[in-house]
Design a protein around this ligand. Structure first.
Ligand code: MG
Length: 218
């Protein structure tokens, strides 16, 4: 899957870059013992990391600690650079749910050495992504519940109201660094409750009432 789909529409978007925010919920920053950032922490995943509904996560052999991070995903609908905060929501075509899979042991090692995170965050299957709900059907994206279930047990359950850097600010800030294009996807950070997954696990990432994404671990 390299195409974003909008629920209830025949319109599709070839997926471009996947921009991700780290440390955007205070409770998750605390659980990992990180410092709150002054500005959004940004990293990227390649489009080759994407999988969709019903597909399988393959945890790379070089990790023994793969974590789920449920996140609100934004689908960019039109091109923009230096987007003002008060216009940012107009660039979003849809809202979905994603899992920012993270090889925590590998990431911790890279962090210690001051090295980039790509091999911990951008491996094949590292970005399960749902279809997108049209933006017009989401009255307040800053008040959505994000839920992560593993084998039917709730592991994460947090509101997008708790984001440190809010959605318009994220889109505006990122567009000052990267030209945003239709089909780009932004992952907005994870609330608390991240934990390890393993072979045979069934994952369900949900925004109750809006969208569900179900994948399994090989
Ligand atoms: Mg994340």
């Amino acid at each position: 899957m390299k195409t974003a789909t909008i629920i209830g529409s025949s319109q599709t978007y070839p997926i471009g870059k996947i921009l991700c925010i780290g440390r955007n919920y205070a409770d998750h920053i605390r659980e990992l013992g990180n410092e709150p950032p002054d500005r959004p922490v940004i990293f990227m995943k390649p489009a080759t990391a994407l999988i969709g509904e019903g597909e399988e996560i393959v945890i790379p052999a070089y990790s023994a600690d793969c974590h789920h991070e449920v996140e609100l995903a934004l689908l960019i609908g039109k091109s923009g650079k230096d987007i003002p905060i008060d216009q940012a929501l107009g660039y979003i075509a849809g809202y979905g749910v994603a899992i920012d899979l993270t090889l925590r042991d590998v990431q911790n090692d890279l962090k210690k050495k001051g090295l980039p995170w790509e091999i911990a965050k951008g491996f094949d299957t590292a970005c399960p992504l749902s279809a997108f709900v049209p933006a017009a059907k989401v009255s307040n994206p800053q008040n959505l519940q994000l839920r992560m279930l593993v084998n039917d047990a709730v592991r994460q359950d947090g509101s997008t109201a708790l984001m440190i850097h809010r959605i318009p600010e994220l889109v505006s800030h990122m567009s000052g660094i990267f030209t945003l294009e239709a089909g780009d996807v932004i992952l907005t950070g994870t609330p608390a409750g991240v934990s390890a997954i393993g072979s045979g696990d069934r994952l369900s990432a949900e925004i109750p009432g809006l969208v569900i994404l179900q994948v399994t671990v090989r």
